[in-house]
Design a protein around this ligand. Structure first.
Ligand SMILES: [Zn+2]
Length: 316
């Protein structure tokens, strides 16, 4: 099967022509132009699809987008990237213009499907995929089934509470793992602690307080910087606690982590693997691995394409 995968971002539409066997054949991107309104956004998506499919017969189109998505109806209920979209019938509009099957999936679920078709979860029956970025997104395959729940809202593994009365989360609760271990929290907490550690390497790496990002914290953490150590140990420990809970709930073979934070590499993964051991029952130790996603910058396109492949296979 050959499909087009569209990674729908707030500034860029990234698209790829994707072969089920060979992976990405061709890719391109186009500005989203959110400010020019819905018709223009749809037009820009269609432009990418047409340019990619040009002389190739394609089977379907998959779109990955952040936000709350009704995959069965092909509706975007709400997306942080598109403030004007409320119950926006994205797939119907694209279908009308392309006469092809169109599927839309939440970007975190799409990431998990991308790992299943093209990444480290290929051939696995039980795995968990996490995107660690500004927020924490998740997808779960358990016993060869892609879990979505009764209303299609699951899984939201980023909102497992790991620190009671901890930092406030975007969802309104306190102490969700998204609030303790996302890139956003790590950068903010490092900025907060700067008054106590004015000589921190984190500041030297970033250049100024405002420019501190999670990557600077991890670079300094590798050099045993005291501020970075406090922030990273807290965040990694909280994430380890969450992963321990996921391991107990789903007994996965792999936990695959992507997103911006995963690029910290060993600085994140080595302590994370160690700390997770503390939180799993002894019978689970050695049953799972925690791995860095290998899809990197193509994760969005491959995820979206996989949403189409999966939907076509399941005859949605
Ligand atoms: Zn939350």
């Amino acid at each position: 099967m050959v499909v087009v995968g569209i990674d729908l971002g707030g500034t860029q539409i990234k698209g790829g022509l994707v072969d089920e066997e060979k992976g990405i054949i061709k890719k391109m991107s186009n500005p989203t132009e959110v400010e020019k309104g819905n018709d223009r956004i749809v037009e820009n998506i269609v432009k990418v699809i047409k340019a990619l499919s040009n002389d190739t017969k394609i089977d379907a189109i998959g779109i990955g987008s952040p936000g709350s998505i009704d995959r069965d109806k092909g509706i975007i209920r709400f997306s942080p990237n598109f403030p004007n979209w409320r119950d926006f019938e994205l797939t119907r509009l694209i279908k009308e213009k392309t006469k092809l099957d169109v599927f839309v999936e939440n970007d975190a679920n799409a990431f998990a499907l991308g790992e299943w078709y093209f990444g480290k979860a290929k051939g696995l029956k039980d795995f968990i995929a996490l995107t660690l970025g500004t927020g924490i997104g998740s997808g779960v395959v358990c016993n060869n089934t892609f879990l979505t729940g009764k209303d299609g809202l699951a899984p939201e593994l980023g909102h497992i509470v790991v620190v009671p009365n901890g930092p406030i989360c975007g969802c309104g609760n306190r102490g969700c793992v998204e609030a303790t271990s996302s890139a956003k929290y790590i950068a903010k907490e490092a900025q907060n602690l700067l008054d106590r550690y004015p000589d921190s390497l984190v500041l030297k790496l970033a250049g100024s307080k405002e420019k501190i990002e999670s990557k600077h914290v991890f670079q300094a953490y590798e050099k045993n910087d005291p501020l970075a150590t406090i922030v990273a140990n807290f965040s990694i420990d909280a994430l380890a606690r969450a992963i321990g809970a996921y391991v107990h709930a789903f007994n996965p073979e792999k936990i695959i982590i992507g997103g911006g934070l995963s690029r910290a590499g060993d600085a994140l993964f080595i302590p994370l693997r160690e700390m997770t051991k503390k939180y799993v029952m002894s019978s689970f130790v050695g049953t799972y691995t925690i791995e860095q996603s290998s899809l990197v910058e193509d994760a969005g396109i491959l995820g979206a394409a996989s949403a189409a492949l999966y939907a076509e296979e399941k005859n949605f």
